[in-house]
Ligand binder design. Structure first.
Ligand code: AHR
Length: 308
Protein backbone atom coordinates (compact mmCIF):
# COMPACT_ATOMS: atom_id res chain seq x y z
CA UNK A 1 0.00 0.00 0.00
CA UNK A 2 1.00 3.54 -0.85
CA UNK A 3 1.38 4.73 2.78
CA UNK A 4 4.00 2.08 3.63
CA UNK A 5 6.00 2.72 0.45
CA UNK A 6 5.99 6.47 1.21
CA UNK A 7 7.28 6.07 4.77
CA UNK A 8 10.04 3.76 3.50
CA UNK A 9 11.18 6.37 1.03
CA UNK A 10 11.18 8.97 3.77
CA UNK A 11 13.34 6.86 6.07
CA UNK A 12 15.75 6.06 3.24
CA UNK A 13 16.07 9.79 2.49
CA UNK A 14 16.60 10.82 6.11
CA UNK A 15 19.35 8.25 6.69
CA UNK A 16 21.09 8.75 3.34
CA UNK A 17 24.57 10.19 3.79
CA UNK A 18 24.81 13.82 2.62
CA UNK A 19 28.03 14.97 0.95
CA UNK A 20 28.97 18.65 0.97
CA UNK A 21 31.74 20.09 -1.22
CA UNK A 22 33.20 23.24 0.38
CA UNK A 23 35.46 25.62 -1.50
CA UNK A 24 37.25 27.74 1.09
CA UNK A 25 39.04 30.78 -0.32
CA UNK A 26 42.25 30.57 1.70
CA UNK A 27 43.89 30.75 5.13
CA UNK A 28 44.98 34.38 5.10
CA UNK A 29 43.84 35.37 8.60
CA UNK A 30 42.95 34.16 12.09
CA UNK A 31 39.32 34.78 11.13
CA UNK A 32 39.65 32.42 8.16
CA UNK A 33 41.34 29.69 10.19
CA UNK A 34 38.52 29.88 12.77
CA UNK A 35 35.98 29.74 9.94
CA UNK A 36 37.61 26.62 8.48
CA UNK A 37 37.71 24.91 11.89
CA UNK A 38 34.04 25.76 12.44
CA UNK A 39 33.03 24.24 9.08
CA UNK A 40 35.03 21.04 9.65
CA UNK A 41 33.83 20.52 13.25
CA UNK A 42 30.21 21.31 12.40
CA UNK A 43 30.18 18.87 9.48
CA UNK A 44 31.42 16.15 11.82
CA UNK A 45 28.82 17.03 14.44
CA UNK A 46 26.02 17.10 11.85
CA UNK A 47 27.11 13.76 10.35
CA UNK A 48 27.70 15.33 6.92
CA UNK A 49 30.54 14.07 4.72
CA UNK A 50 32.73 17.05 3.88
CA UNK A 51 34.97 17.43 0.85
CA UNK A 52 37.08 20.48 1.70
CA UNK A 53 39.36 22.44 -0.67
CA UNK A 54 41.48 25.47 0.24
CA UNK A 55 42.08 27.76 -2.78
CA UNK A 56 44.88 29.86 -1.26
CA UNK A 57 43.26 33.11 -2.40
CA UNK A 58 43.00 32.02 -6.06
CA UNK A 59 39.64 32.19 -7.83
CA UNK A 60 41.01 29.81 -10.49
CA UNK A 61 41.65 27.20 -7.80
CA UNK A 62 38.10 27.70 -6.52
CA UNK A 63 36.80 26.93 -10.03
CA UNK A 64 38.94 23.73 -10.12
CA UNK A 65 37.60 22.63 -6.72
CA UNK A 66 34.00 23.27 -7.77
CA UNK A 67 34.46 21.29 -11.01
CA UNK A 68 35.88 18.39 -9.02
CA UNK A 69 32.86 18.51 -6.68
CA UNK A 70 30.57 18.32 -9.74
CA UNK A 71 32.49 15.28 -11.00
CA UNK A 72 32.22 13.62 -7.61
CA UNK A 73 28.46 14.28 -7.65
CA UNK A 74 28.25 15.91 -4.22
CA UNK A 75 24.77 16.79 -2.91
CA UNK A 76 25.44 20.45 -2.11
CA UNK A 77 28.30 22.86 -2.91
CA UNK A 78 29.22 25.71 -0.54
CA UNK A 79 31.54 28.48 -1.67
CA UNK A 80 33.33 31.20 0.24
CA UNK A 81 34.29 33.40 -2.74
CA UNK A 82 37.65 35.21 -2.74
CA UNK A 83 36.34 38.03 -4.96
CA UNK A 84 32.80 39.02 -5.89
CA UNK A 85 32.99 39.13 -9.70
CA UNK A 86 33.46 36.39 -12.32
CA UNK A 87 31.19 33.72 -10.83
CA UNK A 88 28.36 33.52 -13.35
CA UNK A 89 29.82 30.87 -15.75
CA UNK A 90 30.93 28.41 -13.06
CA UNK A 91 27.67 28.77 -11.13
CA UNK A 92 25.85 28.02 -14.36
CA UNK A 93 27.89 24.79 -14.70
CA UNK A 94 26.82 23.80 -11.17
CA UNK A 95 23.20 24.64 -11.91
CA UNK A 96 23.28 22.51 -15.07
CA UNK A 97 24.61 19.63 -12.96
CA UNK A 98 21.57 20.04 -10.71
CA UNK A 99 23.58 20.74 -7.54
CA UNK A 100 22.32 23.41 -5.11
CA UNK A 101 24.82 26.11 -4.08
CA UNK A 102 25.21 27.95 -0.78
CA UNK A 103 27.33 31.12 -0.73
CA UNK A 104 29.06 31.49 2.60
CA UNK A 105 30.88 34.46 4.22
CA UNK A 106 31.55 36.68 1.15
CA UNK A 107 29.00 37.51 -1.51
CA UNK A 108 29.06 37.16 -5.31
CA UNK A 109 27.96 39.69 -7.93
CA UNK A 110 25.61 37.81 -10.24
CA UNK A 111 22.63 39.10 -12.18
CA UNK A 112 20.75 35.78 -11.87
CA UNK A 113 20.10 35.12 -8.18
CA UNK A 114 18.70 31.64 -8.95
CA UNK A 115 22.34 30.54 -9.33
CA UNK A 116 22.51 30.01 -5.57
CA UNK A 117 20.00 29.04 -2.89
CA UNK A 118 21.09 31.26 -0.02
CA UNK A 119 23.91 33.51 1.16
CA UNK A 120 24.97 33.05 4.80
CA UNK A 121 27.31 35.71 6.17
CA UNK A 122 27.88 39.06 7.81
CA UNK A 123 26.63 42.45 6.70
CA UNK A 124 29.97 43.98 5.72
CA UNK A 125 28.43 47.30 4.73
CA UNK A 126 27.02 47.67 8.22
CA UNK A 127 30.44 46.78 9.68
CA UNK A 128 31.95 49.73 7.78
CA UNK A 129 29.15 51.97 9.08
CA UNK A 130 29.79 50.85 12.66
CA UNK A 131 33.49 51.72 12.28
CA UNK A 132 32.53 55.16 10.91
CA UNK A 133 30.07 55.82 13.74
CA UNK A 134 32.68 54.93 16.34
CA UNK A 135 35.11 57.36 14.71
CA UNK A 136 32.59 60.22 14.64
CA UNK A 137 31.91 59.70 18.31
CA UNK A 138 35.58 59.37 19.25
CA UNK A 139 36.47 62.59 17.41
CA UNK A 140 33.40 64.64 18.38
CA UNK A 141 35.43 67.12 20.45
CA UNK A 142 38.56 67.10 18.30
CA UNK A 143 38.84 69.86 15.70
CA UNK A 144 39.86 68.88 12.17
CA UNK A 145 41.54 68.26 9.91
CA UNK A 146 41.74 64.61 10.98
CA UNK A 147 43.89 62.42 8.74
CA UNK A 148 42.77 58.84 8.14
CA UNK A 149 44.59 55.97 6.47
CA UNK A 150 42.79 52.80 5.43
CA UNK A 151 44.10 49.26 5.03
CA UNK A 152 41.78 47.52 2.59
CA UNK A 153 41.51 43.75 2.32
CA UNK A 154 41.58 41.94 -1.02
CA UNK A 155 40.62 44.03 -4.06
CA UNK A 156 37.11 43.18 -5.36
CA UNK A 157 36.26 41.05 -2.31
CA UNK A 158 32.88 41.91 -0.80
CA UNK A 159 34.21 42.74 2.71
CA UNK A 160 36.65 45.23 1.17
CA UNK A 161 34.12 46.89 -1.12
CA UNK A 162 31.34 47.02 1.49
CA UNK A 163 33.41 48.04 4.53
CA UNK A 164 35.00 50.80 2.47
CA UNK A 165 31.63 52.15 1.28
CA UNK A 166 29.85 51.81 4.63
CA UNK A 167 32.68 53.68 6.39
CA UNK A 168 32.64 56.50 3.82
CA UNK A 169 28.87 56.88 3.99
CA UNK A 170 29.07 57.69 7.71
CA UNK A 171 32.19 59.87 7.84
CA UNK A 172 30.92 61.98 4.92
CA UNK A 173 28.90 63.94 7.51
CA UNK A 174 32.15 65.62 8.65
CA UNK A 175 34.12 67.21 5.84
CA UNK A 176 37.25 67.68 7.97
CA UNK A 177 37.72 63.88 8.25
CA UNK A 178 40.10 63.24 5.37
CA UNK A 179 41.08 59.85 3.97
CA UNK A 180 44.73 60.50 3.14
CA UNK A 181 45.62 57.05 1.77
CA UNK A 182 43.72 53.82 1.18
CA UNK A 183 45.47 50.71 -0.15
CA UNK A 184 44.89 46.94 -0.28
CA UNK A 185 46.89 44.64 2.00
CA UNK A 186 45.08 41.38 1.26
CA UNK A 187 43.87 40.76 4.83
CA UNK A 188 47.32 39.51 5.97
CA UNK A 189 49.51 40.66 8.84
CA UNK A 190 52.65 40.89 6.68
CA UNK A 191 51.06 43.06 4.00
CA UNK A 192 49.31 45.16 6.64
CA UNK A 193 52.69 45.92 8.16
CA UNK A 194 54.30 46.70 4.82
CA UNK A 195 51.52 49.00 3.63
CA UNK A 196 51.39 50.82 7.00
CA UNK A 197 55.15 51.39 6.74
CA UNK A 198 54.59 53.09 3.38
CA UNK A 199 51.75 55.24 4.83
CA UNK A 200 54.00 56.37 7.67
CA UNK A 201 56.85 57.21 5.29
CA UNK A 202 54.63 59.17 2.92
CA UNK A 203 52.41 60.99 5.41
CA UNK A 204 54.89 61.88 8.16
CA UNK A 205 52.89 63.09 11.16
CA UNK A 206 49.55 63.62 9.43
CA UNK A 207 48.02 60.28 10.41
CA UNK A 208 45.51 60.49 13.25
CA UNK A 209 43.46 57.38 12.50
CA UNK A 210 43.87 53.93 10.96
CA UNK A 211 40.82 52.03 9.73
CA UNK A 212 41.91 48.45 9.06
CA UNK A 213 39.54 46.07 7.26
CA UNK A 214 40.66 43.21 9.51
CA UNK A 215 42.54 42.39 12.70
CA UNK A 216 45.54 40.69 11.10
CA UNK A 217 46.39 43.81 9.09
CA UNK A 218 45.86 45.95 12.21
CA UNK A 219 48.35 43.77 14.12
CA UNK A 220 50.91 44.24 11.33
CA UNK A 221 50.24 47.98 11.32
CA UNK A 222 50.82 48.17 15.09
CA UNK A 223 54.32 46.74 14.55
CA UNK A 224 55.00 49.36 11.87
CA UNK A 225 53.71 52.21 14.09
CA UNK A 226 55.86 51.10 17.03
CA UNK A 227 58.92 50.82 14.79
CA UNK A 228 58.77 54.59 14.13
CA UNK A 229 58.38 55.37 17.84
CA UNK A 230 54.66 56.22 17.78
CA UNK A 231 52.08 54.80 20.19
CA UNK A 232 49.29 52.78 18.53
CA UNK A 233 45.92 53.55 20.11
CA UNK A 234 47.17 56.93 21.41
CA UNK A 235 49.10 58.78 18.69
CA UNK A 236 47.11 56.91 16.04
CA UNK A 237 43.55 55.79 16.82
CA UNK A 238 43.04 52.26 15.46
CA UNK A 239 39.69 50.79 14.41
CA UNK A 240 39.66 47.22 13.15
CA UNK A 241 37.21 44.50 12.09
CA UNK A 242 36.78 40.81 13.13
CA UNK A 243 37.13 40.59 16.93
CA UNK A 244 39.80 37.92 17.26
CA UNK A 245 41.21 37.16 20.68
CA UNK A 246 44.50 38.80 19.63
CA UNK A 247 42.73 42.06 18.78
CA UNK A 248 41.02 42.00 22.20
CA UNK A 249 44.43 41.55 23.84
CA UNK A 250 45.59 44.62 21.90
CA UNK A 251 42.56 46.57 23.15
CA UNK A 252 43.41 45.54 26.73
CA UNK A 253 46.95 46.90 26.12
CA UNK A 254 45.43 50.12 24.73
CA UNK A 255 46.86 49.60 21.23
CA UNK A 256 43.57 49.14 19.37
CA UNK A 257 40.67 51.46 20.21
CA UNK A 258 37.68 49.61 18.78
CA UNK A 259 36.90 46.36 16.96
CA UNK A 260 33.81 45.74 14.85
CA UNK A 261 32.76 42.12 15.23
CA UNK A 262 32.61 39.79 12.21
CA UNK A 263 31.65 36.25 13.22
CA UNK A 264 33.52 33.39 11.48
CA UNK A 265 31.65 30.62 13.33
CA UNK A 266 29.25 29.91 10.49
CA UNK A 267 29.64 26.11 10.44
CA UNK A 268 26.44 25.15 12.27
CA UNK A 269 24.31 27.58 10.22
CA UNK A 270 25.82 26.14 7.07
CA UNK A 271 25.14 22.50 8.06
CA UNK A 272 21.58 23.35 9.02
CA UNK A 273 21.05 24.99 5.63
CA UNK A 274 22.49 21.91 3.88
CA UNK A 275 20.08 19.63 5.75
CA UNK A 276 17.14 21.90 5.01
CA UNK A 277 17.93 22.00 1.31
CA UNK A 278 18.20 18.20 1.25
CA UNK A 279 14.88 18.01 3.11
CA UNK A 280 13.22 20.10 0.41
CA UNK A 281 12.70 23.21 2.56
CA UNK A 282 12.71 26.76 1.17
CA UNK A 283 15.45 28.92 2.65
CA UNK A 284 15.59 32.71 2.90
CA UNK A 285 17.87 34.22 0.23
CA UNK A 286 19.95 35.95 2.93
CA UNK A 287 20.95 34.68 6.40
CA UNK A 288 22.74 37.31 8.55
CA UNK A 289 24.16 36.75 12.03
CA UNK A 290 23.85 39.42 14.74
CA UNK A 291 27.15 41.20 15.47
CA UNK A 292 28.42 43.94 17.73
CA UNK A 293 31.23 46.48 18.20
CA UNK A 294 33.69 46.32 21.10
CA UNK A 295 35.80 49.07 22.64
CA UNK A 296 38.61 49.23 25.19
CA UNK A 297 35.99 49.79 27.91
CA UNK A 298 34.77 46.18 27.66
CA UNK A 299 37.89 44.43 26.32
CA UNK A 300 39.23 43.24 29.68
CA UNK A 301 35.88 41.69 30.60
CA UNK A 302 35.37 40.05 27.19
CA UNK A 303 38.84 38.88 26.21
CA UNK A 304 38.56 35.43 27.75
CA UNK A 305 35.14 34.85 26.17
CA UNK A 306 36.49 35.12 22.65
CA UNK A 307 36.14 31.82 20.80
CA UNK A 308 38.44 32.71 17.90
O1 AHR B 1 35.44 37.59 4.57
C1 AHR B 1 35.71 37.87 5.89
C2 AHR B 1 37.04 38.54 6.02
O2 AHR B 1 38.02 37.72 5.41
C3 AHR B 1 37.54 38.78 7.43
O3 AHR B 1 37.27 40.05 7.90
C4 AHR B 1 39.01 38.65 7.23
O4 AHR B 1 39.74 38.55 8.41
C5 AHR B 1 39.09 37.52 6.31
O5 AHR B 1 40.30 37.29 5.76
Amino acid sequence: PVGIVDSNIESIQSTRQITLGYSQLGSESDWRRANTASVIESAKEAGITLLFENAEQSQEKQFEAIRSFIQQKVDVIAISPVVQSGWEPILLEVKQAGIPVIISDRSVNVSDSSLYVTFIGSDFYDEGRKAGKYLLDKMKDKPGPIGIVELQGTIDSSPTVDRKNGFREIIASRSDLKILKSRPANFTLEEGKRVMESFLEEQNNDIDVLFSHNDDMALGAIEAIEQVGLRPGIDIVIISVDGTRKSFEMMVEGKINAVVECNPLLGMNLMQAVKEIMGGKNLPKRIVLPESIYTQAVAEREVNNRKY
